[in-house]
Design a protein around this ligand. Sequence first.
Ligand SMILES: Cc1ncc(COP(=O)(O)O)c(C=O)c1O
Length: 317
Amino acid sequence: MSLIQTRLSQQITQSPLQRIHHPLLTANKVTLSIKRDDLIHPSISGNKWRKLKYNLLNAEAKGIKNLLSFGGAYSNHIHALAAAAHLFNFNVTGIIRGEAHYASNPTLSQAQAWGMQLQFVDRKTYRLKAQQDYLAQLALDYPNTYLIPEGGTNAFAIPGVEEVISELMQQIPQHKIQQIDHLFTATGSAGTLSGLISGVIKHSPNTKVHGIAVLKNAEYLNQVVPELVPNATQVNWQLHTEFHEGGYGKVSTALAQFCQQFTAHTQIPIEPIYTGKMLFALWQMIEQETFAAGSHIVAVHTGGLQGLAGLKEQQKF
Ligand SMILES: Cc1ncc(COP(=O)(O)O)c(C=O)c1O
């Protein structure tokens, strides 16, 4: 067994499925359960771990000890990658959008404490992050290094996210649920949405996957999904682009209030950038009687709770 596989079996656990009780759900005759991927591991949580798992196994199989990826100054992906590199003995560099003063923020302080080297680049350079010439230059500057795209979204992310579905199929009988009718996730780069779609095609073809876009003008993601999952059909999924609340990282008063009330009611911690925004959208859809009576809904808690410290520092939440 490889080092990663040994540590995986010791430290990374199946995330629980938690039933939610709320008068709105009862009134609309729907059930809601939350797949608590925020609880996968104390520091490598949520969809970040799902997307990293097979990338790290691939790097290990190739004998590559150095990792490099990209992210913003408060990035959940950068934080999780630094934690994973620490746990699995990789060297890691983060190319960070913005100025060096961000190095002392809660996300990047922790990433450095885990051993990540940071390289700050201006916004113009950062926009080159997926361009072949820039990547070729990085390959020269960082030899023998495994490059992971921003947010961890690539073909190796898909099998990791698919495992959410195989776990759910084992868990739903305990909840006396025969079939998941609707599955919700927050959507940024659409890697998680794509992996879930790929998973339902394999294991749960009657489930419709809904991605709540957290960015403004996210319609382009409708083209990204078929690139990652060529056999996806519109029967399997839908992207909702109208719930961005003003754009990425924007926290409206209504969204902030929803998150606080949801946590007070369920004791489940959420943040407003991803899971909070997704649940707020789901709540509005339930209020608008979008789902047939008797529907079983599952929402994936994709983690991101490390971002709360940065949001507090910026007085956004
Ligand atoms: C906590 C959290 N949830 C959801 C997402 C969205 O995932 P994806 O980029 O795969 O759409 C991200 C990252 O982008 C995230 O950090």
